[in-house]
Design a protein around this ligand. Sequence first.
Ligand SMILES: *Cc1c(COP(=O)(O)O)cnc(C)c1O
Length: 473
Amino acid sequence: MTNQEALKRDLLPDNKTREALWKQVTRRLDEALDTLPERSPMPSLDMSSIREHLERYDFSQPRSAEAVLEDVVDFLEQGMVHTQHPRYFGLFNPSPTFPSILADTITAALNPQLAVWTHAPVAVEIERHVVRTLGSWIGWEEDATFGHFTSGGAEANYTATLLALTRAEPAFADKGATSFAGRPFIYASEESHLAWFKIAHQTGIGRQAVRLVPTDGSGRMDADALRLMVDQDRSSGYVPVMVAATAGTTNAGMIDPLQPIREVANDYGLWYHVDAAWGGAVCVSPMHRAMMSGIETSDSITLDAHKWLAVPMGAGVILCRDQEILGKTFGIETSYMPEGVAGLDPYSNSAQWSRRFMGFKLFLSLAVLGRDGYAAMIERSIELAMRLCGLLDQSEWRVVNNPSLATVCFVDQRSGTEPTAVAKHVVEAGEAWISAAHFEDRPVLRACITSHRTTEADLDRLLDALNAARAEI
Ligand SMILES: *Cc1c(COP(=O)(O)O)cnc(C)c1O
């Protein structure tokens, strides 16, 4: 075989070889998914063994795909926290639905380019369809729902901030932050997701432009404190631009008072964003939609599909009600991009340029499970979280966040053990993954149940692990 022929065989193997490789991949992945509950959620390799293993990949010679696949799947399995584990009570990292895994495979193989409508019209329209549907579940008219998929919640929040700045001061797009009459400020609660600081840096308004509003003692923004802060800042010559409510805080799942914040936004002409990155998923469930009452009054919303909506990373969504502001913020014309369709070309309405078909995994998953299937998945999570609260209570662990979503924050009522020590003990025992966090400045243990693989028996095992940790510390 000549080098050229060998290269060709590796770049696109013949049909029979491809079939064998697909089979190998599916066999290995099925095994991984099936054996997960019996294994520890924790990685078994340390940094030096990982690097040592990688030394063998100096890329000096081609290798058989079969051998590399075998090796790499083993390697990865030993070197990651298994966030799909039924006892991963962690940071909303999903157990992806199977249809969404299939969708991401199809995306990789067909690889549509979504920058311009005319290059992948079906893909762009599928994403638009999903965005409009999500808008309708929030309570907006489909025809008045705009937005797009993002890499995650942080990019969605970044997008909202740019929209807010551009609306507040049209010259911002060309001249930047100095076009404001005073320094522009944005507001979020002390319990909000602190990507806001990175975002403020990225948008050029600087980290000090983020004003953290005090909370009410139970993890929710104090709307009166917001009003006072905005008022004083304005009197001091600053320019309040946006308030971001959090609907489902990362630490504790608390929901800011959405309607009262709307009123402050109205009184001071602020853009009103709701960061519902993980909690917004409850809007899928007619049973729980009321928890998010007021979210529909926002100007823009962040949702993460790669959290509770259970699709592979990365997939976030920014929803907004004003199509024009997207174009004003991200519009650009070039000679080299193919001719598109005004208002529908993702590259001139969003932060990204080349664009992966990120929304397909949510589309396929919704198509297979239906809204009812998704609602049942969300309702089950909340039911399990409530069950966990009961179990904790019986064992003298005290739940401190009175949860309505699926995150439970708790402390040791009996012996006052230190949360980080308990979390470490549980994780090192290899039974479950939980973490320590701060809720209202107080150290707590935090367990989040957003995996559809978690069962009642897994909660019992978590309790056993917690009680064992308490006994041994
Ligand atoms: C996770 C989260 C984010 C960040 O989303 P990424 O997808 O990690 O970028 C932002 N806000 C809230 C409330 C979150 O829970």
